[in-house]
Design a protein around this ligand. Structure first.
Ligand SMILES: Cc1ncc(COP(=O)(O)O)c(C=O)c1O
Length: 455
């Protein structure tokens, strides 16, 4: 993005909208006068044409298409504030149903009412879960007469940036397992040496942002279960299922990654990824009500009624929850299974074609999540950052970035395959990548890779 001159007096240069008004409109200052609604619409619409095409954006996991009926529901509910449960009680009923459906999908214990809340995305969901685990740990320590300072959490360097954000914002020491050439996830053997009596939780990933691979959740669960009896540290496992939470239950329902593992006490998922709703929705689910300390739930009455609230923000749109409800009813389990299996097949087909291109090596082949990640077999010969730029010229948005420490010397190219990505697009993208690799083979300038992937 070019640098904005936000302190300047630059004016907008409208195209079609300019037929409806003649005065100047400042770019960075509230305009003195308004313009007709049609002209404002045209102007904003035309400006946003400069954005990339969401359908060709393989960088983002986020849903880029829903059916017209979903758009209609979104438009009808735009004015409803999710927090105002007294005014919009039925929206709250829908919220509870959505939380319950997800809790049951993730095998929350049957005797418990699934406890959780919709959030604005996985980042907020993770922060809420970790705040709960921090408070639970503090309370247990207080009751035992032990100090409550210096809490820590254990995670791999494969986590999304929101985990580091939580650690920094909420003052918890982040104990990070580094990556290494050939290992881009974590397992019990890396986690164990970092645990102690001050560990509030361990993060386990059902799909990393970097490669789409999964942490070895079974071994971490077994470790935490053992440690709960000897030396008696009750350390919860939080599963970050931002990307995998709506894939694994449909593609491989027998895979135990959720509340079927005894030490899993909370799970987050990004509904706006494979939950198939537009951006702005995540969910956090706790194993049972005891995992959410009562003092973190605020009861407010100034909008009328008595409303329990566990969130970082107060007001929020209700449309995302409504859209998730729509998608659940519309698709049902069978619909999700069909879509998930199709995206996985397309991801594998793409991986098959890319794996056959000279100079590329597959890191992930779409067999776990619909994500294909590649590295250059000889980084000296082909710079994947340059490949990413060449693909951008063809309209594809395919990020290249470096892996986290200590694998930062490896640059990867990652593609997220979503529902819109047809088999024809698989063929076209594979063709364009093959052609771009040939261009690179004839010598191309070196560019610098991004430090972080898109979410
Ligand atoms: C594994 C993982 N966790 C958390 C997040 C953050 O999710 P959100 O963008 O919904 O806040 C992402 C985003 O891609 C992710 O991949």
């Amino acid at each position: 993005m070019h640098k904005l001159k936000v302190d300047s007096e630059e004016q907008l240069s409208p195209t079609y909208a300019g037929r409806s008004f003649s005065h100047d409109i400042p770019k960075y200052r509230l305009p003195a006068e308004g313009i007709p609604a049609d002209a404002a619409y045209q102007l904003v619409h035309d400006e946003l044409d400069l954005d990339g095409n969401p359908s060709l954006n393989l960088a983002s996991f986020v849903t880029s298409w829903m059916e017209p009926q979903a758009r209609l529901l979104a438009a009808e509910t735009l004015a409803k504030n999710m927090i105002d449960q007294d005014e919009y009680p039925q929206t709250e009923v829908v919220h509870q149903r959505v939380v319950s459906m997800i809790g049951r999908l993730f095998h929350a214990p049957a005797h418990q009412q699934p406890t959780g809340t919709a959030t604005i995305g996985s980042s907020e969901a993770i922060m809420l879960a970790m705040l709960a685990h921090k408070r639970t740990w503090q309370r247990r320590r207080e009751q035992a007469g032990l100090p409550t300072d210096r809490p820590n959490m254990v995670m791999g360097a494969d986590v999304h940036t929101c985990w580091e954000k939580f650690a920094r914002y909420f003052e918890v020491e982040a104990r990070v397992v580094p990556m290494e050439e050939g290992r881009y996830t974590i397992a019990a053997e890396q986690v164990e040496p970092l645990l102690d009596e001050r560990t509030i939780a361990v993060a386990g990933l059902l799909g990393t942002t970097f490669t789409g691979q999964m942490d070895d959740l079974g071994s971490i669960d077994a470790l935490l279960t053992r440690i709960a009896s000897d030396p008696g540290w009750r350390i919860p496992l939080h599963i970050d299922a931002a990307s995998g939470g709506f894939i694994v239950p449909f593609a491989r329902p027998e895979q135990e990654w959720d509340f079927r593992l005894p030490s899993v006490r909370s799970i987050n998922v990004s509904n706006h990824k494979f939950g198939l709703v537009y951006p702005g929705m995540g969910t956090v689910i706790f194993r049972d009500a005891s995992d959410l300390p009562e003092e973190l739930v605020f009861r407010i009455n100034y909008l009328g009624g008595d409303m329990p609230n566990y969130s970082l923000n107060f007001s929020r749109p209700s449309s995302s929850v409504i859209l998730q409800y729509f998608a659940f009813l519309r698709l049902g389990r069978a619909g999700y299974e069909q879509i998930v299996n199709t995206v996985l097949e397309n991801a594998r087909a793409l991986a098959g074609k890319l794996g056959a291109i000279d100079g590329l090596e597959l890191l992930t082949d779409g067999s776990a999540l619909p994500i294909v990640a590649l590295r250059a077999s000889d980084p000296e010969a082909s710079d994947l950052t340059h490949l990413s730029h060449l693909l951008r010229e063809r309209g594809w948005i395919v990020p290249a970035y470096t892996l986290p420490p200590n694998a930062e010397h490896i640059t990867v190219l990652r593609m997220v395959i979503k529902e819109n990505f047809s088999r024809d697009m698989v063929d076209m993208l594979a063709h364009d990548i093959g052609a771009a690799m040939k261009t690179l083979a004839h010598g191309a300038p070196q560019l610098h890779a991004r430090r972080r992937p898109h979410c």
